[in-house]
Unconditional design. Structure first.
Length: 390
């Protein structure tokens, strides 16, 4: 049977009905039970949780095409993807992504988006720290506010789905990353040594702006629909705490990040609860500073830090939401499992594919299911005599 062009052949209500049939309530509740145990550091049963997702672009590349779509186009595409991957026996709970723009807050603060080497980046608003210290909080209610457009998208999703699907918030950058987007990075890095008091003052401003932004997100997305994690693999998570991106974790050394970054994270966590901290860089040399991380971090999501290094370097032994594992690299997934079991760290396997069609059932693509069978074998805990059931 050829794949349907769902976007043109079905309306939103028809798609929601199909999703409800493909993801019946017992399936949703069983998955949430497993993931809730994961977040609570409780017994997760005889296998590690995992998700499988399809990437249209290679790892390391950023694509904001979803943000350029109309609200309706974005909703249709996401509903299609939920339907197409429903046959996969993973730990996914259907949900909607509201924005993938990691510069949203910086753009609200007056930065401009520009293209650099094929990627979209924020052009800093300030080149001088003294000028940056005069910055006032952005008006998130102004007519041309990008956040206002995102808020309208959130309201559209809730209205059209009648609240049937939970929502992930936009990508809120941490105070340190926001600071380096708003202020020229060379100026910022030099000031860490030459003007540390002024840097701390600027970071206090950025921290309050970040807190205001998170409050606005929480106001836009009702608690029952909020899944407070904004990054892949878009896991379900109870609506407590929040998630931040802090790419400076992989750039600054442990001393600098400990002095300037950690106080900002603690301030945000004190208001919103334990954080899931995402970073795109290799953070192995920095994460050892999180000695008291259990007080303000719920998990790490490190895109380019080897699992073995995370387990070895992070003394707090808090939760870990691991970096993406390559669908085709079973040895990598095995190493991740071995590290997780050796260090007794609750782990979820975020398995992504590039160039592999995982939307077809076993009848149409048996190779996909052969690979899934291998992944299931790997993710079973050593010594388990029970088979995984769905």
């Amino acid at each position: 049977m050829p794949a349907l062009n769902l976007r043109t052949e079905m309306n939103i209500k028809e798609k929601l009905k199909i999703i409800a049939e493909l993801y019946p309530q017992p399936r949703i509740e069983n998955t949430k039970k497993r993931l809730n145990a994961f977040w609570q550091k409780a017994d997760i049963g005889n296998r590690f949780p995992y998700t499988i997702r399809r990437r249209e672009i290679p790892l390391g590349k950023v694509n904001y095409s979803m943000d350029k779509l109309s609200h309706e186009e974005s909703l249709h595409i996401q509903l299609d993807e939920i339907i197409r991957k429903a046959h996969l026996p993973d730990d996914y709970v259907p949900s909607l992504i509201t924005s993938s723009n990691c510069y949203l807050l910086a753009l609200e603060c007056g930065c401009e988006l520009k293209e650099m080497d094929g990627l979209m980046v924020a052009e800093p608003r300030y080149s001088d720290l003294a000028a940056a210290l005069t910055m006032s909080a952005p008006d998130l209610t102004r007519p041309k506010s990008l956040w206002r457009l995102t808020r309208e998208r959130i309201a559209f999703f809730i209205d059209k789905t009648e609240g049937q699907l939970p929502l992930h918030p936009p990508d809120p950058q941490g105070p340190l990353s926001t600071a380096t987007q708003i202020l020229n990075q060379e100026e910022f890095f030099c000031a860490l040594s030459l003007a540390p008091k002024k840097v701390r003052q600027f970071l206090e401003i950025c921290t309050e702006i970040t807190a205001d932004f998170i409050s606005a997100i929480q106001k836009a997305i009702p608690t029952p629909l909020m899944v407070p994690i904004h990054c892949h693999p878009y896991l379900w998570r109870p609506a407590n705490g929040f998630a931040l991106s802090e790419d400076m974790l992989g750039v600054l050394g442990p001393d600098y990040f400990g002095d300037f970054g950690v106080p900002c994270l603690k301030r945000i966590a004190a208001q919103f609860g334990p954080l899931v901290l995402h970073s795109c860089g290799n953070c192995a040399s920095t994460i050892r500073i999180f000695n008291d991380a259990a007080n303000y971090l719920a998990a790490l999501n490190l895109a380019q830090t080897p699992m073995e290094e995370i387990c070895r370097s992070w003394p707090a032994k808090a939760l870990i939401n691991i970096s993406p594992a390559d669908w085709a690299d079973l040895e990598m997934i095995k190493r991740y499992k071995e590290s997780a079991q050796k260090w007794n760290i609750p782990t979820i396997f975020n398995i992504c594919t590039v160039g592999t069609d995982i939307t077809q059932t076993a009848e149409h693509n048996p190779a996909v299911y052969q690979q899934i069978a291998e992944i299931l074998k790997i993710t079973e805990k050593s010594g388990s005599n029970h088979k995984v059931k769905y």
